[in-house]
Design a protein around this ligand. Sequence first.
Ligand SMILES: [Zn+2]
Length: 287
Amino acid sequence: MLKRFLCLMLALLCCVSCCVSFAESTEEESNKGEILFISPTEVAEDVPAGENAPFVPEALSGNEDEPDKAVIGTDNRSNVNPSKYPYSAICYMEINGQCGHSWTGTGFMIDPDWMLTAGHCMVCTEHDMWADSMTLYFGYRSKSDYLYRYNGKWSAWANNDLFNTDAYSANDYAYVKLYKNVGDTTGWFGMRYGMSDAEYEAEWFNVAGYRAGKIKTSIGYAEPYNSNQILHYADTEPGYSGCPVFDDQYYAVAINTAHFTDNSANIGRRITTQLYYDMLDSGMPKE
Ligand SMILES: [Zn+2]
């Protein structure tokens, strides 16, 4: 399994290409954050799998934009209304690195003020330098048309072994604390953590992510890859890194992180019990 992993060079879905950022001298640098590193907590072997319920704000409920289900093969991604739940809980991330480069990615709310994304969305993969500041757009259509913009302070927890080649993708996740209850406006996804292989194989899952500022969704089946990752077959594009893989009840089951360069499958990072407990250990409240 690992062999295939190393031979097939994973393509990360995050940045199309790095571009030099424009320093906006007029804007105060309030959206800077800190990168913290996860010290895994001890999780007892017998901790059961669990669920944290999704939240749909009253104003965003009644989703008439749910797309028709479709399968992988041709481009089956459907357009959606970005400001309707659950898409409202997914953000278009504009990130600036410590190296001066900027890039984009996708993240999704899992609590009023906590977000999940791919670990490599917090890194300039060209220079291996971490994010310095970022702006999150929810319900994004353009820089002047969106549901919610978060441009404040943040703290992100990433795995220090993210750059370890052998385990790169298995450690490709980050969780982010925002200092405002963004989710009260955008809603958030529930989480199904500690899912079994059989549960991943039992149903089809959705993905929805931002590519160049436009959000689309698609659906596909999934299968286990290893204890930390799944393979899934919903259509994705560059930019979808960090987007949710979620069920029909709007519970996230994985973080979309990468795809094989031969397009045979996409890779999702499981929301393992370990990951869930690490988030609690970092201060995320238990529902
Ligand atoms: Zn860079």
